[in-house]
Write a protein of this length. Structure first.
Length: 312
């Protein structure tokens, strides 16, 4: 210190205070990038407003924060108080400077960029809903896991996010289909049920069909009952039913970019999802229908009962 005082004594200079906001060329220690105040570009605001998902996808995390202990802690401790931050558990305290609260939403920002992401709490159904918007929605186009992850992390964040995306994409688009025939004719002379099973969520969709249902009718049911809810699957697992192997059916799948995976004849284990649903469906229809011709009216309740049950 004495050496520097002696050195500067040789010069006639004036000490002038310069506010920090004007001192843009500061040293690295006092200007750590992860502590810098972020400003959002006006053009970026316009893009977000025009292409972001519906507001409900941002409203749902707000409601779910109340049921997640970690986000509750972060929400409280994002206030500029050292005492509040000391109350955080260690794994959250180390990264608390990356979080902020705005308009009731908790945001996270990584070290390597300045983009704020909405924190999704530990809610399984909500995370699936968010991933659906960035993978299965028509505007997403069913990309692979890396592209889905890149799209998702533009706007949302939660722990182990890549593992969630990898599991979701791996199970995406696997649908089982089968027919159940031999039922008594209903009021519209339909004697069969078309069974669709999403092999990831185990969700079941049912449709009453006539015995002579065509490939074109089956394709329409597929679009109305599966694609509308789950998006376009990557493959279909079915038995060797001629309704699935018709030329028109194959052309439909070729045009849509979906592969039809045939199960081995007389070995329905490959199509095990629907093979397990079929006997359960038969028992439910027997218990619901007051007369043999009313079974088709009970399909909505049968569908709800199956989907509301716990699956292995």
């Amino acid at each position: 210190m004495a050496r520097w005082l002696s050195f500067f004594a040789e010069y006639d200079f004036r000490v002038e205070y310069k506010p920090g906001r004007l001192n843009v060329v500061a040293d690295a220690l006092s200007r750590r990038p992860d502590y810098a105040v972020k400003t959002t570009d006006a053009n970026a605001i316009g893009v977000v407003r025009s292409s972001s998902p519906s507001s409900s996808i941002y409203d749902e995390p707000k409601a779910a924060y109340a049921h997640d202990a970690d986000t509750q802690q972060l929400d409280y401790c994002c206030a500029p108080s050292d005492a509040a931050r000391r109350e955080l558990v260690p794994h959250l305290r180390a990264r608390v400077h990356r979080y902020r609260v705005h308009d009731g939403l908790l945001f996270y920002s990584a070290v390597d960029d300045n983009a704020d992401r909405v924190v999704v709490p530990n809610d399984h159904d909500l995370r699936l809903r968010v991933m659906y918007e960035y993978h299965d929605a028509p505007t997403a186009g069913h990309p692979g896991r890396k592209k889905t992850y890149a799209l998702l992390t533009r706007d949302f964040y939660w722990s182990h996010q890549y593992k969630w995306v990898r599991k979701y994409v791996r199970a995406c688009g696997s649908i089982s289909m089968d027919f159940v025939f031999g039922l008594p004719p209903d009021a519209k002379q339909r004697t069969g049920v078309m069974v669709f099973v999403d092999r990831f969520s185990k969700m079941v969709h049912l449709a009453a069909v006539p015995a002579e249902v065509t490939a074109a009718q089956t394709a329409r049911l597929f679009v109305d009952m599966v694609v509308r809810h789950h998006g376009m699957p990557r493959d279909i697992v079915s038995d060797r039913d001629p309704r699935f192997t018709a030329r028109f059916w194959q052309e439909v799948f070729t045009l849509l970019g979906t592969r039809l995976s045939m199960s081995t004849a007389d070995h329905p284990q490959t199509d095990g999802q629907t093979e397990r649903v079929n006997p359960v469906l038969g028992d439910l229809l027997k218990s619901y229908a007051h007369s043999f011709s009313q079974w088709s009216e009970c399909l909505p309740m049968a569908k709800f009962a199956i989907n509301n049950s716990v699956h292995a």
